[in-house]
Design a protein. Structure first.
Length: 135
């Protein structure tokens, strides 16, 4: 998105939300550290600041990186596009499903679960499944 035109963090958050049909909106805690990392890597640089707002533009190094990784970018865009417009599934439900998947991935990625934690997660998932069935 920054390669298309320089953008502020807020514009990126809203643009991602629009691309995903409202099913996900990245938080400032995701966007701004990522922009800082991209800047540290030399892939983006600050453009003209407007009233204290930072606007980022892609650097030549960033363009080179994007070109070298074009197949991965296209695969990601295709995958993201597949979450848009699931026929008959309301956007809030899709967002909640994606949120649950992400929460599980993050928790399971932190390492092995203690038996009590595993039981608590299983209980919460069973309760959610029951609530969905009854809706």
């Amino acid at each position: 998105m920054i390669a298309a035109e320089p953008r502020h963090g807020y514009e990126l958050m809203k643009g991602i939300e629009e691309r995903l049909g409202g099913t996900y909106s990245p938080s400032p805690g995701v966007i701004y550290p990522t922009l800082s990392w991209l800047e540290d890597m030399g892939f983006v640089a600050l453009d003209a600041a407007e009233a204290g707002r930072k606007r980022y533009r892609v650097t030549p190094e960033g363009e080179t990186f994007l070109a070298a990784n074009r197949p991965a970018l296209e695969a990601l865009e295709a995958r993201l596009g597949s979450t848009e417009g699931r026929p008959g599934v309301p956007a809030p439900v899709v967002r909640a499903m994606e949120n649950l998947k992400l929460a599980l991935r993050l928790r399971l990625g932190r390492g092995p679960l203690e038996p009590a934690s595993a039981e608590a997660i299983a209980t919460a998932l069973d309760a959610a499944a029951l609530a969905v069935e009854r809706s």
